[in-house]
Design a protein around this ligand. Structure first.
Ligand SMILES: Cc1ncc(COP(=O)(O)O)c(C=O)c1O
Length: 395
């Protein structure tokens, strides 16, 4: 007799539609990864071969739970050089992408119902992780420079008065996904000050810091912090490729001990060895090459938006990363058009609702990713989208 599972499921486990084969469209501004044509196939293969030859026994035994020591050492030097983050390799934990690190951080800090503060519009993967942990997600409004520290302070004190002070603030300070802005230094300092005053830790998601093609890097919040209050995550998904599935975290030692307690599964040693050897030999050069490519793509999208959307919409001008955030008149509801645009005009994009904590707010925004298509295709696709939106009365 078939077993019925209904009464066996753990609390809070909801049925979720398994991802269908989504039709992507020729002009795919929905995807969130860097130029697939730039994937360094030959160099990854030769790096993996070199790494295995140098340490064949690494694959013959179980890798350390914290992750490959050579790669952790490389990361500790890289984030010191690039972000002035001074930690040793023991203070780095590898994850299957930064997504696993974010999930571990939630496991360490959250009980069901705990409040977490995010931007009003923020990366949907983290929203889903927070939802899985039954967090109460509170979005704080930003302007074109990022999260407003006064709104943040007001939100934290309100939550504290209600008896549910936030467990942490989740921030993507550099090339925010989806809004594209980078928090200037003074905002970072003010946000940190507010959080320190209230004793709220910050989860700094810095997965785009390498993807800068204009302007000067801004100091990481981790570096600004004097109170041991920042947990920091990074990734190789936006520099090498998402398919490598290698990310990392660091933070206060006592926090990392607990993160190791909740860590389940290991990062594939195969992937870690390839990422390590590739990074040592090629990563810096590769980053400057892909940033040049991404800059051209961004420029193509910005100029196409100017030509086709005119003054009927506003959009961000990111200095790096992969996304442009477009705002239409606040009467617009883009959700239905979004569902039809791939079939109608072969153009994919994401609606703003994918990025709001309640999944409802954000109907008059869209996120456009310029990582996938080539500049000419980007121009064609934005022109098609402009005509389509004009026909539907959006612009
Ligand atoms: C802000 C942000 N954080 C984390 C991730 C997840 O990256 P990973 O592939 O390292 O899990 C993404 C992916 O798009 C992202 O945009």
């Amino acid at each position: 007799m078939a077993i019925k599972f209904n009464h066996l499921y753990a609390n809070g486990i909801l049925p979720s539609s398994r991802p269908k084969q989504v039709s992507r469209g020729k002009y795919d501004f929905a995807v969130a990864y860097p130029d697939p044509k730039s994937f360094p196939t030959d160099e990854i293969i030769s790096s993996l071969k070199d790494a295995i030859k140098a340490n064949p026994d690494y694959l013959a035994i179980y890798p350390p739970q914290q992750g490959n020591a050579l790669l952790r050492d490389y990361i500790s030097h890289k984030i010191d050089r690039d972000r002035s983050i001074k930690v040793n390799s023991d203070q780095i934990i590898l994850g299957n992408g930064s997504g696993q690190s974010i999930d571990m951080i939630c496991s360490v800090l959250l009980n069901a119902g705990d409040a977490v503060i995010t931007d009003q519009y923020v990366y949907g993967g983290t929203l889903n992780t927070l939802r899985r942990h039954s967090a109460k997600i509170i979005g704080v409004k930003s302007d074109e420079y990022g999260m407003d520290p006064e709104n943040l302070s007001h939100t934290i004190s309100k939550l504290s008065q209600q008896g549910t002070p936030p467990k942490f603030l989740y921030l993507i300070p550099t090339f925010q996904n989806p809004q594209g802005w980078t928090l200037p230094l003074d905002r970072r300092q003010e946000i940190l000050k507010v959080c320190n005053e209230f004793g709220v830790p910050i989860l700094e998601d810095d997965c785009y810091f390498d993807n800068r093609y204009e302007g000067e890097p801004v100091t990481s919040i981790y570096d600004l912090d004097q109170e041991n209050s920042v947990i920091y995550v990074g990734s190789f998904s936006k520099t090498i490729a998402p398919g490598m599935s290698v990310g990392y975290m660091t933070g206060p030692n006592e926090f990392l001990d607990r993160a190791m307690f909740v860590k389940s599964g290991r990062v594939s040693e195969f992937a870690a060895m390839a990422v390590y050897q590739y990074s040592v030999n090629y990563l810096d050069q590769h980053i400057s090459e892909i940033n040049e490519i991404q800059k051209n793509k961004r420029d193509a999208m910005l100029s196409a938006l100017g030509e086709n959307f005119g003054n009927k919409a506003k959009w961000s001008h990111p200095e790096g990363g992969l996304y442009i955030w477009v705002e239409f008149d606040d009467q617009v509801d883009i959700t239905e058009l979004h569902q039809n645009s791939v079939n109608d005009i072969d153009v994919g994009f994401h609606p703003g609702t994918n990025y709001s904590p309640d999944g409802i707010d954000g109907k008059h925004f869209i996120r456009l990713c310029y990582g996938f298509n080539q500049p000419d295709e980007i121009k064609e696709g934005i022109s098609k989208l402009g005509d389509y939106l004009a026909k539907k009365g959006v612009i």
